[in-house]
Write a protein that binds this ligand. Sequence first.
Ligand code: GLN
Length: 209
Amino acid sequence: MPRPKPKRAALAPPADGLRIGVLALQGDIDEHVAALQECKAHGVRVKTAAELEQVDGLIIPGGESTAVGTLLDRFQIAGPLRERAHLGMPVWGTCMGMIVMADKVTGSKQPTLGLLHIEVKRNAFGRQIESAEEALEIEGLEGKPFPGVFIRSPWIESVWGGAHILAYVEGKGVMVWQKNLLGTSFHPELTDDLRIHRYFLQMAAAAKH
Ligand code: GLN
């Protein structure tokens, strides 16, 4: 009797193929999941080390960095996340996410992952940019300026050891890239401009192959 042929769907990966986690401890999680789905990637919520193992990249959303820094330890995900990032998994932090990824937070001893070689200052912009949209020129990003949505955002005080600033507001760094890591002071998930999500997906695709 001839063996049944394997189904094609089981052989071919889905068109996108990429599973991107959004750290789902606290913050604006759903907006990132929606942006990822719109880019035709699988956006999945990640709360545990087991869920982290299943993804090709991770986004740490905006929220409250002191809360998430503590929850990362309590959910025992800080260690596995550091390990995967060191092994090359792309990680992108938006606003609070960038604070949580930083080596150093100005004037604070709050726990962080210590991935990005940057010092960040929380709630750094004065009143007029406390909650505002700024047209950003981002190094390497083609087309019109990017709509940077800032909500009680940090800025980057200093960088070292391979971290490179890609965008500035008022002379302060608001976007940083370091090998497989990305940080933005602003919130691309709150706009309909998907260029930075697409850029991150390219990083994840490159890391996977
Ligand atoms: N102000 C927040 C913090 O310092 C970050 C704000 C945000 O993620 N929108 O944790």
